[in-house]
Write a protein that binds this ligand. Sequence first.
Ligand code: SAH
Length: 271
Amino acid sequence: MRGQNYPLFFDYCGPWSGTAAMSGTLKIIGLGPGSAGLITPDVKDALETATDAIGYFPYVARVIERSGLTIHGSDNRVELQRAKQALELAGEGRHVVVVSSGDPGVFAMASAVFEAVENGPLSWRELDISVLPGITAMLAAAARLGAPLGHDFCVINLSDNLKPWSIIETRLRLAMEADFAMAFYNPRSKARPEGFEKALDLLKSACEKERLIMFARAVSTPEESLLTVALSDATPDMADMRTMVLLGSRQTRLISRENAAPIVYTPRSMR
Ligand code: SAH
Protein backbone atom coordinates (compact mmCIF):
# COMPACT_ATOMS: atom_id res chain seq x y z
CA MET A 1 0.00 0.00 0.00
CA ARG A 2 2.73 2.42 -0.99
CA GLY A 3 4.12 2.65 2.57
CA GLN A 4 1.12 4.46 4.01
CA ASN A 5 -0.32 3.81 7.44
CA TYR A 6 -3.99 3.07 7.23
CA PRO A 7 -6.09 2.37 10.31
CA LEU A 8 -7.35 -1.19 9.97
CA PHE A 9 -10.92 -0.34 10.94
CA PHE A 10 -12.97 2.78 10.60
CA ASP A 11 -15.81 3.31 13.07
CA TYR A 12 -17.46 6.01 11.01
CA CYS A 13 -20.87 4.85 9.79
CA GLY A 14 -22.38 8.02 8.32
CA PRO A 15 -21.98 9.31 4.79
CA TRP A 16 -18.30 9.24 3.88
CA SER A 17 -18.16 12.76 2.53
CA GLY A 18 -16.74 15.46 4.81
CA THR A 19 -18.87 17.37 7.27
CA ALA A 20 -18.80 20.62 5.34
CA ALA A 21 -16.63 22.62 7.72
CA MET A 22 -16.69 25.08 4.86
CA SER A 23 -19.95 25.69 3.12
CA GLY A 24 -18.80 24.95 -0.43
CA THR A 25 -19.58 21.65 -2.15
CA LEU A 26 -17.85 19.57 -4.77
CA LYS A 27 -19.87 17.07 -6.79
CA ILE A 28 -18.08 14.83 -9.25
CA ILE A 29 -20.77 13.98 -11.75
CA GLY A 30 -21.25 11.67 -14.73
CA LEU A 31 -23.13 13.02 -17.76
CA GLY A 32 -23.81 9.59 -19.25
CA PRO A 33 -22.82 8.51 -22.76
CA GLY A 34 -24.51 11.29 -24.73
CA SER A 35 -28.29 11.53 -24.76
CA ALA A 36 -30.17 13.73 -22.32
CA GLY A 37 -32.42 10.81 -21.40
CA LEU A 38 -29.45 8.95 -19.93
CA ILE A 39 -28.55 11.69 -17.44
CA THR A 40 -29.74 10.80 -13.93
CA PRO A 41 -32.10 13.15 -12.06
CA ASP A 42 -29.46 13.62 -9.31
CA VAL A 43 -26.93 14.83 -11.88
CA LYS A 44 -29.52 17.20 -13.41
CA ASP A 45 -30.19 18.65 -9.94
CA ALA A 46 -26.47 19.13 -9.32
CA LEU A 47 -26.12 21.00 -12.63
CA GLU A 48 -29.06 23.23 -11.77
CA THR A 49 -27.64 24.32 -8.41
CA ALA A 50 -23.91 24.59 -9.26
CA THR A 51 -22.05 27.88 -9.40
CA ASP A 52 -19.08 26.41 -11.31
CA ALA A 53 -18.74 23.54 -13.81
CA ILE A 54 -15.24 22.22 -14.46
CA GLY A 55 -14.14 19.66 -17.04
CA TYR A 56 -12.55 18.68 -20.32
CA PHE A 57 -13.79 21.01 -23.13
CA PRO A 58 -16.10 18.55 -24.97
CA TYR A 59 -17.71 17.49 -21.69
CA VAL A 60 -18.40 20.98 -20.32
CA ALA A 61 -19.78 21.80 -23.79
CA ARG A 62 -22.66 19.50 -22.84
CA VAL A 63 -23.53 21.66 -19.81
CA ILE A 64 -26.36 24.10 -20.55
CA GLU A 65 -25.23 27.66 -19.92
CA ARG A 66 -27.25 29.80 -17.52
CA SER A 67 -26.71 32.92 -15.43
CA GLY A 68 -25.00 32.19 -12.13
CA LEU A 69 -23.00 29.31 -13.59
CA THR A 70 -19.37 29.79 -14.61
CA ILE A 71 -18.03 27.15 -17.00
CA HIS A 72 -14.31 26.32 -16.81
CA GLY A 73 -13.18 24.15 -19.76
CA SER A 74 -9.70 22.68 -19.87
CA ASP A 75 -7.55 20.41 -21.98
CA ASN A 76 -7.47 16.62 -21.84
CA ARG A 77 -4.11 16.12 -20.14
CA VAL A 78 -4.52 18.44 -17.16
CA GLU A 79 -6.70 16.28 -14.92
CA LEU A 80 -4.85 16.98 -11.67
CA GLN A 81 -4.70 20.69 -12.29
CA ARG A 82 -8.44 20.66 -12.96
CA ALA A 83 -9.05 18.67 -9.77
CA LYS A 84 -7.06 21.19 -7.72
CA GLN A 85 -8.94 24.11 -9.25
CA ALA A 86 -12.23 22.43 -8.29
CA LEU A 87 -11.07 21.84 -4.70
CA GLU A 88 -9.85 25.42 -4.35
CA LEU A 89 -13.17 26.82 -5.58
CA ALA A 90 -15.14 24.54 -3.23
CA GLY A 91 -12.82 25.71 -0.41
CA GLU A 92 -13.85 29.28 -1.21
CA GLY A 93 -17.49 28.33 -0.65
CA ARG A 94 -18.56 27.76 -4.28
CA HIS A 95 -20.82 24.91 -5.42
CA VAL A 96 -18.68 23.10 -7.91
CA VAL A 97 -19.46 20.25 -10.28
CA VAL A 98 -16.63 18.40 -11.97
CA VAL A 99 -18.05 16.77 -15.09
CA SER A 100 -17.04 13.54 -16.79
CA SER A 101 -18.77 11.70 -19.59
CA GLY A 102 -20.36 8.39 -18.66
CA ASP A 103 -19.55 7.62 -15.03
CA PRO A 104 -17.02 9.80 -13.19
CA GLY A 105 -15.44 6.80 -11.47
CA VAL A 106 -14.66 4.93 -14.71
CA PHE A 107 -11.37 6.16 -16.25
CA ALA A 108 -12.39 9.68 -15.33
CA MET A 109 -12.23 12.57 -12.89
CA ALA A 110 -13.25 11.02 -9.55
CA SER A 111 -9.85 9.36 -9.05
CA ALA A 112 -8.04 12.54 -10.09
CA VAL A 113 -9.94 14.56 -7.47
CA PHE A 114 -9.18 12.03 -4.73
CA GLU A 115 -5.52 11.92 -5.72
CA ALA A 116 -5.43 15.70 -5.29
CA VAL A 117 -7.21 15.39 -1.92
CA GLU A 118 -4.74 12.75 -0.71
CA ASN A 119 -1.73 14.88 -1.62
CA GLY A 120 -3.21 18.31 -0.90
CA PRO A 121 -3.78 20.46 2.20
CA LEU A 122 -5.60 18.77 5.10
CA SER A 123 -8.45 21.30 4.79
CA TRP A 124 -9.49 19.58 1.52
CA ARG A 125 -10.39 16.45 3.52
CA GLU A 126 -13.05 18.48 5.35
CA LEU A 127 -14.83 19.53 2.17
CA ASP A 128 -18.25 18.18 1.30
CA ILE A 129 -17.32 16.00 -1.69
CA SER A 130 -19.65 13.53 -3.37
CA VAL A 131 -19.58 11.35 -6.47
CA LEU A 132 -22.80 11.15 -8.50
CA PRO A 133 -22.74 8.09 -10.76
CA GLY A 134 -23.61 8.14 -14.44
CA ILE A 135 -24.33 5.53 -17.08
CA THR A 136 -20.96 4.41 -18.32
CA ALA A 137 -20.35 3.88 -22.06
CA MET A 138 -19.87 0.15 -21.57
CA LEU A 139 -23.38 -0.33 -20.17
CA ALA A 140 -25.01 1.90 -22.79
CA ALA A 141 -23.19 -0.02 -25.54
CA ALA A 142 -24.09 -3.42 -24.10
CA ALA A 143 -27.74 -2.41 -23.82
CA ARG A 144 -27.88 -1.37 -27.49
CA LEU A 145 -26.34 -4.68 -28.59
CA GLY A 146 -28.46 -6.97 -26.40
CA ALA A 147 -26.81 -8.44 -23.30
CA PRO A 148 -23.20 -9.33 -24.20
CA LEU A 149 -22.07 -8.69 -20.60
CA GLY A 150 -24.73 -10.92 -19.07
CA HIS A 151 -22.17 -13.24 -17.47
CA ASP A 152 -18.72 -12.57 -15.96
CA PHE A 153 -16.75 -9.88 -17.71
CA CYS A 154 -13.80 -7.56 -17.22
CA VAL A 155 -13.01 -4.02 -18.28
CA ILE A 156 -9.71 -2.81 -19.68
CA ASN A 157 -8.62 0.66 -20.72
CA LEU A 158 -6.51 0.15 -23.87
CA SER A 159 -4.77 3.52 -23.59
CA ASP A 160 -1.14 3.28 -22.60
CA ASN A 161 -0.95 6.98 -21.68
CA LEU A 162 -1.07 6.23 -17.96
CA LYS A 163 0.32 2.68 -17.79
CA PRO A 164 2.88 0.63 -19.70
CA TRP A 165 1.73 -1.46 -22.67
CA SER A 166 3.13 -4.61 -21.01
CA ILE A 167 0.41 -4.37 -18.32
CA ILE A 168 -2.30 -4.20 -20.97
CA GLU A 169 -0.86 -7.24 -22.69
CA THR A 170 -0.66 -9.27 -19.46
CA ARG A 171 -4.23 -8.37 -18.55
CA LEU A 172 -5.51 -9.30 -22.03
CA ARG A 173 -3.73 -12.66 -21.90
CA LEU A 174 -5.07 -13.53 -18.46
CA ALA A 175 -8.59 -12.35 -19.28
CA MET A 176 -8.59 -14.57 -22.38
CA GLU A 177 -7.35 -17.50 -20.33
CA ALA A 178 -10.18 -16.96 -17.84
CA ASP A 179 -12.66 -16.63 -20.73
CA PHE A 180 -14.13 -13.32 -19.61
CA ALA A 181 -16.23 -11.26 -21.96
CA MET A 182 -14.34 -7.96 -22.18
CA ALA A 183 -15.14 -4.29 -22.53
CA PHE A 184 -12.43 -2.02 -23.91
CA TYR A 185 -12.39 1.74 -23.32
CA ASN A 186 -10.12 4.12 -25.28
CA PRO A 187 -9.36 1.52 -27.97
CA ARG A 188 -7.65 3.75 -30.48
CA SER A 189 -6.56 7.35 -30.87
CA LYS A 190 -4.84 9.27 -33.63
CA ALA A 191 -1.81 9.59 -31.35
CA ARG A 192 -1.47 5.81 -30.90
CA PRO A 193 -3.13 4.00 -33.82
CA GLU A 194 -0.86 0.94 -33.46
CA GLY A 195 -2.02 -0.05 -29.95
CA PHE A 196 -5.39 -1.40 -31.00
CA GLU A 197 -3.82 -3.34 -33.87
CA LYS A 198 -1.49 -5.04 -31.38
CA ALA A 199 -4.41 -5.79 -29.05
CA LEU A 200 -6.47 -7.26 -31.90
CA ASP A 201 -3.54 -9.43 -33.05
CA LEU A 202 -3.17 -10.76 -29.53
CA LEU A 203 -6.90 -11.54 -29.25
CA LYS A 204 -6.87 -13.24 -32.65
CA SER A 205 -3.87 -15.36 -31.68
CA ALA A 206 -5.63 -16.85 -28.64
CA CYS A 207 -9.36 -16.86 -29.39
CA GLU A 208 -11.26 -18.94 -31.92
CA LYS A 209 -12.06 -17.28 -35.28
CA GLU A 210 -15.83 -17.09 -34.69
CA ARG A 211 -15.53 -15.22 -31.38
CA LEU A 212 -17.91 -12.25 -31.52
CA ILE A 213 -16.50 -8.75 -31.32
CA MET A 214 -18.67 -5.62 -31.20
CA PHE A 215 -17.91 -2.01 -32.08
CA ALA A 216 -20.37 0.47 -30.59
CA ARG A 217 -19.57 4.01 -31.65
CA ALA A 218 -21.00 7.26 -30.23
CA VAL A 219 -23.73 5.35 -28.44
CA SER A 220 -26.90 7.33 -27.68
CA THR A 221 -25.87 10.24 -29.94
CA PRO A 222 -27.07 11.01 -33.50
CA GLU A 223 -23.79 9.53 -34.83
CA GLU A 224 -24.33 6.15 -33.19
CA SER A 225 -23.25 3.05 -35.13
CA LEU A 226 -23.14 -0.59 -34.10
CA LEU A 227 -21.19 -3.38 -35.75
CA THR A 228 -20.81 -7.04 -34.74
CA VAL A 229 -18.35 -9.30 -36.59
CA ALA A 230 -16.40 -12.52 -36.08
CA LEU A 231 -13.02 -11.76 -34.50
CA SER A 232 -11.20 -13.01 -37.63
CA ASP A 233 -12.96 -10.30 -39.68
CA ALA A 234 -12.20 -7.44 -37.27
CA THR A 235 -9.85 -4.71 -38.48
CA PRO A 236 -8.25 -1.89 -36.47
CA ASP A 237 -10.09 0.86 -38.39
CA MET A 238 -13.41 -0.41 -36.97
CA ALA A 239 -12.60 1.47 -33.74
CA ASP A 240 -11.77 5.08 -32.90
CA MET A 241 -11.78 7.17 -29.72
CA ARG A 242 -15.58 7.33 -29.67
CA THR A 243 -15.94 3.55 -29.80
CA MET A 244 -16.55 0.98 -27.08
CA VAL A 245 -15.24 -2.41 -28.14
CA LEU A 246 -16.85 -5.46 -26.55
CA LEU A 247 -15.48 -8.97 -26.98
CA GLY A 248 -17.75 -11.91 -26.26
CA SER A 249 -16.71 -14.89 -24.17
CA ARG A 250 -16.80 -18.40 -25.67
CA GLN A 251 -20.47 -18.57 -24.64
CA THR A 252 -21.60 -15.31 -26.26
CA ARG A 253 -24.19 -15.86 -28.99
CA LEU A 254 -25.82 -13.97 -31.84
CA ILE A 255 -29.50 -14.06 -32.78
CA SER A 256 -29.89 -12.86 -36.37
CA ARG A 257 -33.08 -11.09 -37.44
CA GLU A 258 -34.46 -10.38 -40.93
CA ASN A 259 -35.33 -6.74 -40.54
CA ALA A 260 -33.40 -5.59 -37.51
CA ALA A 261 -29.89 -5.56 -36.09
CA PRO A 262 -28.78 -8.86 -34.57
CA ILE A 263 -29.06 -9.40 -30.84
CA VAL A 264 -25.88 -10.44 -29.03
CA TYR A 265 -26.14 -12.00 -25.61
CA THR A 266 -24.19 -14.10 -23.14
CA PRO A 267 -26.31 -16.73 -21.36
CA ARG A 268 -26.74 -16.43 -17.59
CA SER A 269 -25.75 -20.02 -17.00
CA MET A 270 -22.69 -22.06 -17.96
CA ARG A 271 -24.16 -25.41 -16.98
N1 SAH B 1 -16.02 7.98 -17.91
C1 SAH B 1 -16.38 7.52 -19.22
C2 SAH B 1 -15.22 6.87 -19.96
C3 SAH B 1 -14.10 7.85 -20.31
S1 SAH B 1 -12.86 7.10 -21.29
C4 SAH B 1 -17.54 6.51 -19.10
O1 SAH B 1 -17.84 6.07 -17.98
O2 SAH B 1 -18.14 6.18 -20.12
C5 SAH B 1 -13.40 7.57 -22.92
C6 SAH B 1 -13.80 6.33 -23.72
O3 SAH B 1 -15.13 5.94 -23.36
C7 SAH B 1 -13.84 6.52 -25.22
O4 SAH B 1 -12.58 6.37 -25.83
C8 SAH B 1 -14.77 5.40 -25.65
O5 SAH B 1 -14.09 4.14 -25.63
C9 SAH B 1 -15.77 5.37 -24.48
N2 SAH B 1 -16.98 6.16 -24.76
C10 SAH B 1 -17.38 7.28 -24.14
N3 SAH B 1 -18.58 7.69 -24.59
C11 SAH B 1 -18.96 6.78 -25.54
C12 SAH B 1 -20.10 6.63 -26.36
N4 SAH B 1 -21.14 7.49 -26.32
N5 SAH B 1 -20.15 5.57 -27.20
C13 SAH B 1 -19.14 4.68 -27.25
N6 SAH B 1 -18.03 4.77 -26.48
C14 SAH B 1 -17.94 5.81 -25.64
